[in-house]
Write a protein of this length. Structure first.
Length: 201
């Protein structure tokens, strides 16, 4: 095994090369490896309005610098991962996602764009055996909100981060402040979510 301190390729921050990822979040893993993943993968060819702006803001917040190692959690089809790989000279980026289909699409897109400093792995970030203190920056574009156990997942990512490493992520606001929730509910029911409302209510 290569020491993370001297590693030059993103696969060295992962201690497994299994095609069957370790997983703790079985419900999400099943969902994102079935028809739902296929729908999202197909939709990725038609980016939603504002997505590029959010990725840009995410990378600005992350402050990626030359020669840094970036881990993208819940990378999906890899838009943010690939953007991170282009953010500065010498950057290496690794995307991890529960969905094998999404990860495969991400790798295809990277190859199509000629990116050689990015790679992808199917895995559950909550339990994936990353090398300790190997990552400079962790980013996530609507990924961390799917954690089954946020405390355990963030603890695992903290172990992967170097001292003074950075974490930046994008998630929706609470339901009553999020247009994704308020507008459909208002149109369908005439009601708006109130503080503390859960998506199933």
């Amino acid at each position: 095994m290569t020491s993370p301190d001297t590693a030059a390729h993103p696969t060295t921050i992962s201690r497994t090369a299994s095609r069957r990822p370790m997983r703790a979040n079985a419900t999400q893993a099943d969902a994102w490896n079935g028809p739902e993943a296929a729908n999202w993968a197909e939709a990725s060819a038609r980016p939603a309005p504002g997505d590029a702006d959010l990725v840009g803001r995410l990378l600005d917040a992350a402050g990626i610098r030359c020669d840094e190692f970036v881990l993208d959690v819940g990378c999906g089809t890899g838009d943010a991962t690939r953007a991170a790989a282009r953010a500065a000279d010498g950057v290496t980026a690794l995307g991890v996602d529960l969905s094998r289909l999404m990860v495969d699409r991400a790798a295809e897109a990277a190859a199509h764009e000629g990116l050689t400093n990015v790679s992808f792995v199917a895995g559950d970030a909550q339990v994936h055996p990353f090398w300790e203190a190997a990552v400079d920056v962790v980013i996530s574009h609507f990924g961390v909100m799917f954690f089954d156990d946020p405390t355990a997942a963030f603890a695992n990512l903290a172990r992967a981060l170097r001292p003074k490493g950075r974490l930046a992520f994008v998630v929706p606001r609470t339901m009553e402040l999020c247009d994704w929730s308020t507008r459909p509910l208002a149109a369908l029911t005439g009601a708006r979510p109130t503080p503390g409302t859960r998506p199933s209510q």
